[in-house]
Ligand binder design. Structure first.
Ligand code: IMP
Ligand code: MG
Length: 183
């Protein structure tokens, strides 16, 4: 059967991961977390992309857990390149087990910047829960303990992932179709 195709900003995307498969995988990751931690960890979601994933994680966890959200403000600095400032972390995380919730880890640069800033606040541990990873792109060694799907290096949209702030509302994940005519 042909996969459904949608268009955003003149680019075509085909259905890649269906809602049902996403939900089943999240349920499985939540079960793993609940068996790994005897004391509930503190979840920290990374906005904007992870808002839907984080909400569904909280649908499947059975124990009493807490969540906080942070945001990364990127701006181009001097010649050293883009600076990433972490905003929104008001919780005291000292001595706590942290699980960072991210939508997708691409180069890993976002988390590579966030983790040392969190470590300064002396948490007991930090692990990452990411719905998606692009193993071919990763440039940093990260504690990627709970991963939903390892995916190829295609641009993805839906389920929180955006293209210029659009398409986050889609319940499934779609993958960009390469435009072969331009190659
Ligand atoms: P990283 O810092 O290179 O790991 O990039 C992580 C961030 O880039 C994610 O949190 C997303 O916001 C964004 N990103 C990476 N790949 C995609 C994609 O395929 N679609 C939409 N956003 C993406
Ligand atoms: Mg993100």
């Amino acid at each position: 059967m042909k996969k459904p195709i949608i268009t955003y900003l003149d680019k075509s995307f085909e259905l890649f991961i269906e809602e049902k498969k996403i939900q089943e995988r999240i349920k499985y990751l939540c079960q793993r977390i609940e068996s790994d931690y005897s004391n509930p960890p503190l979840f920290i979601g990374i906005l904007n992309g992870a808002f839907r994933f984080a909400a569904d994680v909280f649908k499947y966890l059975k124990s009493d857990v807490s969540i906080s959200f942070i945001k990364i403000k990127s701006y181009v600095g001097d010649q050293r390149g883009t600076l990433k400032e972490l905003i929104g972390l008001t919780d005291d995380i000292e001595g706590k087990d942290i699980i960072l919730i991210e939508d997708i880890v691409d180069s890993g640069s976002t988390l590579h910047h966030i983790i040392p800033q969190l470590e300064e606040k002396k948490p007991a541990s930090i692990q990452i829960m990411s719905l998606l990873t692009k193993p071919a792109m990763i440039q940093y060694d990260l504690p990627l303990k709970y991963v939903g799907f390892a995916v190829p290096n295609n641009f993805l949209i839906g389920y929180g992932l955006d293209i210029n702030e659009q398409a986050r509302q889609l319940n499934d994940i779609y993958s960009a179709i390469e435009n072969t005519e331009q190659q």
